[in-house]
Unconditional design. Structure first.
Length: 276
């Protein structure tokens, strides 16, 4: 494998597949540094069960889905509760909105078609696509994925919608010491690139930087030498919302593709990056 990452120090912020990503970085000559910016992800059974009961007993006018994985979790639980057919019927009878192409694909498997969709996976894009639709007085069920969406909820409520939320997963922040190490390495330019694989990683890091009074220093480092990389469009949008513009984003939203794309970037842009 070409040594496109020779001498490049790459921080891997995702807890999933960090070993596999590290091996790939090493094969390309790079130096992988596992720096978790996200803790363990827990399936929140109680939240799902309560949400499904509410969904079926009081069907919403709109169902908004934000992740394909979260939608799958809902139906896996519905199968266990023997209410999957009821759930799908209720969904089919409501207006559906989807954020992100993976969510759209998950709906397609259930033979459900969104009336509103934003394939890039951004909250701003989803809000924009809602433009022609009247939401005043409408009951909305919002499926999230491990973290709240205050901007989307606030916008829906401003439109007069009555919002309920179900979060199939809960994201847990990493230890403060781990975030401190990553933040300091970014600010001191001890890293050549930081590879983000989910929105929560970005938000946990920026929130921590803000509490330490170092957010602007971090954002400046990302603009002046430390290369921010994203696994795909959804994470890139989360980065943009936090003030970080992803420089490297692979076409194929996979972790391996992210490392390969990083290699291409550093092969084409070696000057002023290596050797810091």
């Amino acid at each position: 494998m070409a040594q496109h990452l020779e001498g490049v120090r790459v921080a891997l912020t995702g807890p999933r597949k960090s070993k596999e990503m590290s091996i790939l970085v090493e094969k390309m000559g790079g130096i992988p540094l596992v720096r978790p910016a996200q803790g363990t992800v827990f399936l929140d059974d109680r939240n799902i069960r309560d949400g499904l009961v509410s969904w079926i007993s009081d069907p919403p006018d709109w169902a908004i889905f934000t992740t394909g994985m979260g939608l799958d979790a809902l139906f896996n639980m519905a199968e266990d509760m023997d209410i999957a057919t009821q759930l799908r019927d209720v969904m089919a009878a409501s207006c559906i909105a989807a954020r992100g192409y993976k969510t759209v694909n998950a709906l397609k498997k259930l033979k459900l078609t969104p009336l509103v969709r934003d394939d890039d996976g951004s909250t701003d894009g989803l809000i924009r696509e809602f433009g022609p639709h009247e939401l005043a007085g409408k009951r909305v069920m919002l499926q999230l994925h491990g973290e709240t969406a205050p901007k989307l909820v606030a916008w829906l409520e401003e439109q007069g919608a009555i919002v309920r939320q179900v979060l199939p997963y809960r994201h847990v922040p990493p230890e403060a010491a781990e975030l401190e190490q990553l933040l300091d390495e970014i600010i001191r330019h001890e890293l050549h690139a930081v590879a983000f694989t989910s929105g929560p990683q970005v938000r946990f890091l920026t929130a921590y930087a803000a509490t330490q009074g170092k957010l602007q220093q971090m954002l400046t480092a990302f603009k002046e030498g430390v290369i921010p990389a994203s696994v795909g469009k959804v994470t890139a949008n989360a980065m943009r919302e936090e003030g970080i513009e992803a420089i490297v984003v692979p076409e194929e939203e996979k972790m391996g593709a992210l490392i390969v794309e990083l290699g291409r970037y550093f092969a084409a842009n070696p000057v002023g990056v290596r050797g810091k």
